[in-house]
Write a protein that binds this ligand. Structure first.
Ligand code: DAH
Length: 354
């Protein structure tokens, strides 16, 4: 066996045998036949031994090429078969864990969804992210220092009376409590930024808060706030007012505006309460807004230098503003929910509306 056409014939035969194989078993068998020890290719190689050097060289080269081609064809076929078999196996072993019980709450047309408070939190985050803020979080269990002390509310300060606190007895030397507002997250962010040298700060901090309030139409003992903090060079009250107004129209709609009224908070100076146009009467005056056309949403102000001092920020170089307001209150206003307690009663007929 010497002719090139014979070798070409062997390759052609091998090619059609390989193409016809469609299982792992079949390709293994074909591989043995077309390239194994007893294959015509191997026999041809063995026959080289008895040839004269010239023809041996030429034929040897051709046989080597033929073998390479056959091995490549085999390998690509093996890959193809492996893929097909694996896909079939995966399709066959797929477990469908859904079960629809006719008449049950969780039918395909009644899937669960995020709670209104979570949806509101997401929407508020989106608005602030769009304005260049990032989103941060802090712990719900705090020490007295983070919740009060660092925020310029010393132990005997009458402002502590503004928050009815759930104190915890964790056997720690320090007083621990459930945070009464998200303002302590400001302290965590500022401490970290000082430590890591990452000032300025432009962050919002949403989260759960706790107060010993008896729940009523406008208050819950477990509720949600979103805090804002900007610390940078040259920040003014105008930046604060502009931020509040931009957020108000972006979240509640173009007809809703904001206004600031002087107020007192120990951690800001000057401080203000911010109000937004009553969404129910669009500012005309109604029962909900006590005929004023405005609804109070939260507090804000310029970060008090005493707060900067407690975290080691130089208030000659840096200024900042902060704000905080209720997420549940936003949901209540935007969707005109008469009684806030509906948010925690888990009545599926209420929740399904959002
Ligand atoms: N922490 C305040 C509260 O819960 C709200 C607040 C007021 C937050 C003024 C602020 C602020 O950041 O500057 O009543």
């Amino acid at each position: 066996m010497t002719a090139m056409s014979d070798i070409a014939g062997l390759v052609a035969d091998a090619r059609s045998a390989i193409e016809a194989a469609d299982t792992t078993e079949a390709i293994r068998h074909v591989a043995a036949t077309v390239s194994g020890k007893k294959s015509p290719l191997s026999e041809a190689s063995r026959a080289l031994g008895s040839m004269d050097p010239e023809s041996k060289k030429e034929l040897g080269r051709q046989l080597h090429e033929a073998r390479t081609t056959v091995e490549e064809l085999l390998e690509s076929k093996r890959t193809e078969i492996r893929f097909t078999e694996l896909s079939a196996e995966m399709a066959a072993s797929r477990l469908d864990l859904t079960e629809y019980v006719p008449g049950s709450v969780a039918g395909p047309d009644q899937r669960g969804h995020l709670h209104l408070v979570s949806q509101t939190r997401d929407a508020l985050e989106d608005v602030f992210i769009g304005m260049g803020f990032d989103v941060a979080e802090g712990p719900e269990i705090e020490t007295d220092w983070f919740n009060f002390g660092a925020l310029n509310i010393p132990p005997a300060h009458p402002a502590r009376g503004m928050w009815d606190t759930f104190y915890l007895d964790l056997g720690e030397p320090e007083t621990t409590l459930l945070r009464t507002h998200t303002s302590p997250v400001q302290i965590h962010l500022m401490e970290r930024a000082v430590l890591e040298g990452t000032l300025p700060i432009h962050s919002v901090m949403p989260g759960r808060c706790y107060r010993r309030d008896t729940p009523d139409a406008r208050h819950l003992a477990v509720f949600h706030q979103i805090e804002g903090l900007v610390v940078d060079r040259g920040i003014t009250f105008a930046d604060l007012a502009g931020t509040i107004e931009t957020f108000t129209s972006a979240y509640f709609g173009p007809d809703i505006h904001s206004r600031l009224r002087p107020a007192y908070f120990p951690f800001t100076e000057p401080s203000a309460e911010f109000e937004v146009t009553c969404a129910i009467c669009k500012g005309e005056g109604c029962r909900t807004c006590s005929q004023t056309g405005w609804i109070e949403l939260g507090g804000c102000g310029m970060v008090d230098p005493a707060v900067f001092a407690s975290v080691g920020i130089d208030s000659d170089e840096w200024t900042g503003f902060a704000f905080g307001f209720g997420i549940d209150r936003c949901a209540q206003m935007r969707h005109q929910i008469a009684d806030m307690r509906a948010l925690i009663e888990n009545d599926i007929r209420f929740l399904r509306q959002f």
